[in-house]
Design a protein around this ligand. Structure first.
Ligand SMILES: Nc1nc2c(ncn2[C@@H]2O[C@H](COP(=O)(O)OP(=O)(O)OP(=O)(O)O)[C@@H](O)[C@H]2O)c(=O)[nH]1
Ligand SMILES: [Mg+2]
Length: 350
């Protein structure tokens, strides 16, 4: 009896040793991993950066993800038409007479969250999108929380409605699905293991951020620089740039992040370059009194963010302009950021 008991004990001790060994190995491999946390307010472009990582380092998208984007694109174009019809009503833009009843029926009958585009839906969308009043409303889409990409997708309605429509990389990069919770992507480049953590940026999601702070190697904060004239989706009276700046200021004060190096990505630079020619920066920063051009206005915004970070010895803050939907441009920025980590420029400062 006693013999079998001690054999059991030996077995258990062996099992424990194995578990400990496995635990040590897992910890070692996690220690070798570089963890990067992506933060920023909603719609700034965080998940688009993750998509680029998937394209560049993970061979693209899985069938399940493609299906998710196919459904989202179809649901969204149906919704865009609704927003545009309502925008026409609010702005006093009259639709063509032959489209007026159609528009009323469309608002009444097209349901939210229905990813199918029937033959009838397709015909209606094409007719309504061709109406000059909706085109006029699109020109002021900023006022209605309608994204730029609405035009890109509505122009592709015929293709999107086809039964065998498969979104390509460009479609996926342009399709917005707001992140809920925390998403992670792991990948390997040469001998280095990377872990990129993406969080939801809308107000209701931000309380989850803090759980990700303690063991990161670098913080990437994404700012949609083109959104200096837009109001927040969650609260119409708040300017999106002000919200981003205030969230950044609060975030960097957190004890866990005090000594972390930061990369600031001023994203949507493609839209910013166009917008700054037409809409003055003073709509966001009334005190701004320099030239109204990309260089000066961009520098002013960058400085606002940089100045919010308390200088600490050795901490580095780097800024980049980015266009997250452009794979080639992003590849350069991503590689530069990765290089700065693996070459030790960043890590030595912790
Ligand atoms: N034109 C342009 N569009 C961009 C750029 N970056 C992102 N977008 C678009 O902006 C939208 C929002 O991007 P996401 O990556 O989903 O934003 P997010 O920060 O993850 O948003 P949340 O998940 O809500 O926090 C998508 O439709 C993207 O295609 C850019 O540099 N230029
Ligand atoms: Mg996201």
């Amino acid at each position: 009896m006693g013999g079998s008991k001690s054999k059991e004990k030996q077995k258990e001790a062996k099992r424990n040793k194995q578990i400990e060994k496995q635990f040590r190995e897992e910890k070692k491999s996690l220690d070798k991993q570089v963890k990067i946390l992506l933060l920023g307010t909603g719609d700034s472009g965080k998940s688009t950066i993750v998509k680029q990582m998937q394209i560049l380092y993970k061979g693209g998208f899985q069938e399940k993800e493609i299906e998710q984007y196919r459904k989202a694109i179809r649901t969204q174009i149906k919704g865009y038409i609704k927003v545009l019809i309502r925008a026409c009503h609010e702005s006093g833009f009259n639709l063509l007479e032959e489209n007026q009843i159609l528009a009323e029926d469309y608002i009444r009958t097209v349901k939210k969250n229905e990813p199918e585009i029937t033959e009838q839906n397709k015909k209606d969308i094409l007719k309504l999108w061709a109406d000059p009043a909706l085109k006029k409303a699109y020109k002021i889409h900023d006022q209605f929380q309608l994204p730029n990409v609405a035009k890109y997708f509505l122009d592709k309605t015929e293709e999107i409605a086809k039964e065998d429509f498969t979104p390509n990389e460009k479609d996926i990069l342009n399709c917005r699905i707001s992140t809920i919770g925390v998403k992670e992507i792991q990948f390997q480049v040469k001998d280095d293991d990377w872990r990129l953590v993406d969080v939801g940026g809308q107000r209701s999601e931000r309380r989850k951020w803090i759980h990700q702070f303690d063991d990161i190697d670098m913080l990437i904060f994404v700012i949609a620089i083109s959104e200096y004239n837009l109001s927040l989706y969650e609260e119409q009276t708040v300017n999106r740039m002000h919200e981003s700046l205030s969230v950044f200021q609060k975030t960097v004060k957190n004890g866990f992040l005090k000594k972390k190096n930061i990369v600031l990505l001023f994203n949507k630079v493609d839209l910013f370059k166009e917008k700054i020619k037409k809409i003055p920066l003073t709509v966001c920063f009334p005190e701004y009194d320099d030239k109204q051009n990309f260089e000066k206005c961009g520098e002013y915004i960058q400085n606002k963010f940089k100045k919010s970070v308390k200088k600490s010895k050795g901490r580095s803050i780097k800024c980049h302009y980015t266009c997250a939907t452009d794979t080639n441009l992003m590849k350069n920025v991503i590689e530069e950021v990765m290089h700065s980590v693996t070459a030790g420029q960043i890590k030595v400062f912790f």
